[in-house]
Design a protein around this ligand. Structure first.
Ligand code: GLP
Length: 241
């Protein structure tokens, strides 16, 4: 486990974007595992900036996003597919048919998750997985207490996750209660894992996840066992370690 201390959010975003950029330069047809949430937005912004300066090319890259709300189709403004288009895909040259995200519009969870596992397998696995972290230690939508050995599956979101994601939804609009997510097993099979974390509300969970026991109660803690895991955090998120 490697921990990189960044001064602030911009510095964190730049350092993370540098690692992703290095991956794409070394392997232009890399398979990138991508994440949503507020934290990686600055990383995407930095990559877009370098793309606009011709410093990085995504034309051979394949992307596999972590998760999607069950019941939201890709044109819903709160769907993760919509988020990814707005914050990244619409501004760079990842070919449309190289973009993958679980199909939230498919009500058949078994079918949607099996199809996604097959996409990951056919892509040859994930070269670099970008992750944020939930305040309860979730990664993707792998909530506390779930088995580590799961592949893509349907989860019931915890109250704390529903509450923290409420800020993205309009007043009175319900946050979906379920999501399809890549499992911990799939994340652990990624060849490199890169986590970004910022803000003092992440400090306690960062301490528990990476300096406490490895336990399904803190899903991110399993990353202590990953052979190539890098955490890039700002000073607030790393304040307790
Ligand atoms: C959601 C996403 C996670 C993300 C988490 C934290 O639950 N499924 O992938 O890491 O939110 O989001 P934020 O970066 O906004 O704190």
């Amino acid at each position: 486990m490697k921990i990189i201390r960044a001064k602030d959010y911009n510095d964190m975003s730049r350092k993370a974007a540098n690692i992703i950029s290095a991956q794409v330069i070394m392997k232009p047809n890399a398979v990138l595992g991508l994440a949503t949430g507020g934290t990686p937005v600055g990383t995407y912004r930095q990559l877009i900036d370098w793309y606009n300066k011709d410093d990085i090319d995504f034309s051979e890259v394949t992307t596999i996003n972590l998760d999607e709300y069950r019941g939201l189709s890709g044109d819903h403004p709160q769907s993760y597919l919509y988020f990814m288009h707005k914050n990244f895909f619409d501004h760079v040259n990842v070919p449309e048919d190289h973009i993958h995200i679980p199909n939230g519009a498919d009500p058949d969870a078994g079918r949607a998750c099996a199809a996604y596992e097959e996409i990951i397998r056919a892509a040859g696995g994930i070269d670099l997985q970008l992750l944020g972290i939930g305040t309860d230690g979730h990664i993707g939508f792998n909530e506390p207490g779930q088995a580590f050995e799961l592949g893509t599956h349907c989860v019931d979101l915890t109250e704390s996750t529903i509450l923290s994601n409420q800020r993205f939804f309009a007043d009175g609009e319900e946050v979906p209660r379920q999501a399809y997510t890549i499992g911990i097993k799939t994340i652990m099979q990624a060849r490199k894992v890169l986590m970004v974390a910022n803000g003092s509300n992440k400090a306690e969970i960062i301490r528990r996840a990476f300096f406490g026991p490895v336990t399904p109660e803190v899903p991110a803690s399993i990353l202590q066992m990953h052979p190539d895991f890098t955490l890039v955090g700002d000073s607030d998120a790393l304040a307790l370690i």
